[in-house]
Design a protein around this ligand. Structure first.
Ligand code: C2O
Ligand code: CU
Ligand code: CU
Length: 456
């Protein structure tokens, strides 16, 4: 299934989207299209930004911002993005969490050729699910995401949800020193452990900002972890906050509780009842303050808690006929010394196989082959001391159970697999193609913890 130029041309011409949806219902296939489109021109280019006061950081930006400009679409409608590469390196855009046709998935040599400097690529797909998603390259990810090529993609519900205030909080820590210069995005010693962390935390590109919210209102906060490495232990002491959605999929609203662990790539949507004017809340990562939420006087009447968000049209796995597939995530051994210049380290494996980030043919050897339309249970087993946010492209899966915590089953595209945890998730293999399956700690992914799964 290696990528060829011809396949790319087919991808470009193949604007008829393969149907995705509940129980194999194909909403759009073969129908004259009658949906609104949301059109963007998105440029990736270098941009100096000021993260450390008085110093500039040579970031890479989408749409003149790092993190990138927020893109918005509506459920069931079409997103068209003409992506123009004004960087001097090849890149792509992957739409994290969106169930789309393979040709739009942004994985180099699997779904498209890298977009070379000066070239453009037209992304064009329907967004079947409402929720908080994001976009990023799938080429040299450590550096490209690290320099700021990360952005929110918000898919609005078809009907009003009852939330009148909607804020996106992009969480990213930067690998920079006190003068704003980039430090290594990945160092072998850290890649072999929990991943190389950034030093400066930011919310929407600012360190520890103060965000004003309308007093007495219930606001929707979309927290997106765009970080290369960090799992945020999110907490909001003293706040009346409820979880409305996890990773782009609604859940029955429930209190945020003490802490929620948001791994790289993951999202959480909260309803927050903003306290009386003048009060402040502290959004924290463990004990560290990420942002201050300050209540500003509001002329609106008292806010009400909106009902649960409408479920997305994700197919329910057929548990009675599901086949079980096992995946072991493990550490591959000692840190190798004397590697040839440019050779990839391999610290991590899935089922005994390490992905070689420099080998363009890895996707030709899928780690599992699933039959289109059939249901599967994935048994995920972490044989290491470090946690791994396990992410699947192209399909949404349902988290069923864990041997470490009690799970209220929910749909997601990324599951934070704790150290030595064993978890079960299930899905309907309803999207044909070769889909990446990887840890979203970027330096784990780039040192072996990636595989492809083929659906035919
Ligand atoms: Cu955010 Cu391969 O994905
Ligand atoms: Cu993804
Ligand atoms: Cu990992």
């Amino acid at each position: 299934m290696s990528f060829t130029r011809r396949q790319m041309l087919v991808g470009l011409a193949g604007l008829g989207v393969v149907g995705l949806g509940a129980g194999g219902v194909r909403y759009w296939l073969g129908r004259p299209e009658n949906v609104a489109t949301h059109d963007y021109e998105l440029i990736a280019a270098p941009l100096d930004i000021e993260l450390v006061p008085g110093h500039s950081t040579p970031a890479w930006a989408y749409g003149g911002q790092a993190p990138g400009v927020e893109l918005r679409c509506r459920q069931g409608e079409r997103l068209r993005v003409r992506f123009i590469n004004k960087l001097d390196v090849p890149t792509t855009i992957h739409w994290h969490g969106i169930r789309l046709p393979l040709a739009m998935d942004g994985v180099p040599y699997v779904s498209q050729a890298p977009v070379l400097p000066g070239e453009y690529f037209d992304y064009n797909f329907i967004t079947p699910d409402a929720g908080s998603f994001w976009y990023h390259p799938h080429v040299a990810s450590g550096e490209q995401l690290g320099r700021g090529l990360v952005g929110a993609l918000i898919v609005e519900e078809r009907e009003p949800t009852g939330f009148r205030h909607d804020h996106t909080l992009n969480l990213k820590s930067w690998h920079i020193d006190e003068q704003g210069a980039f430090t290594d995005f990945s160092v072998p010693r850290e890649a072999a452990r929990g991943g190389t962390p950034g030093r400066l935390s930011t919310v929407n590109g600012q360190h520890a900002p103060t965000l004003d919210l309308p007093a007495g209102q219930v606001v929707r906060l979309r927290l997106i972890n765009l970080d290369n490495t960090l799992t945020y232990r999110l907490n909001l002491p003293g706040a009346d906050a409820r979880i409305y959605a996890l990773d782009g999929n609604p859940v029955e609203p429930r209190p945020l509780g003490k802490e929620y662990w948001l791994g790289p790539g993951m999202r959480i949507e909260l309803g927050l009842k903003v306290p009386a004017a003048g009060a402040e809340l502290s959004l924290r990562n463990g004990p560290l303050r990420l942002a201050t939420l300050r209540a500003q006087p509001s002329a609106e009447g008292a806010g009400e808690w909106p009902p649960a968000l409408p479920a997305n049209p994700v197919a329910e796995p057929d548990m009675a006929n599901a086949e079980t597939v096992k995946f072991n995530f493990e550490w591959a051994g000692a840190v190798s010394v004397g590697l040839a210049q440019g050779a990839a380290h391999s610290f991590w494996q899935i089922n005994g196989q390490a992905w070689d980030i420099n080998d363009k043919t890895c996707a030709d050897r899928p780690i599992a082959r699933l039959q289109l339309g059939k249901s599967y249970i994935f048994e995920l087993r972490n044989l290491s001391q470090y946690q791994h946010p396990i992410h699947l492209h192209g399909m949404t899966f349902k988290v069923l159970a864990s041997d470490r915590k009690s799970i209220i089953p929910y749909f997601t595209d990324t599951y934070l697999l704790g150290k030595n945890e064993r978890a079960r998730v299930a899905l309907v293999a309803d999207n044909p193609g070769v889909w990446m399956f990887h840890c979203h700690v970027i330096d784990h992914m780039e040192t072996g913890l990636m595989a492809s799964i083929e659906v035919v």
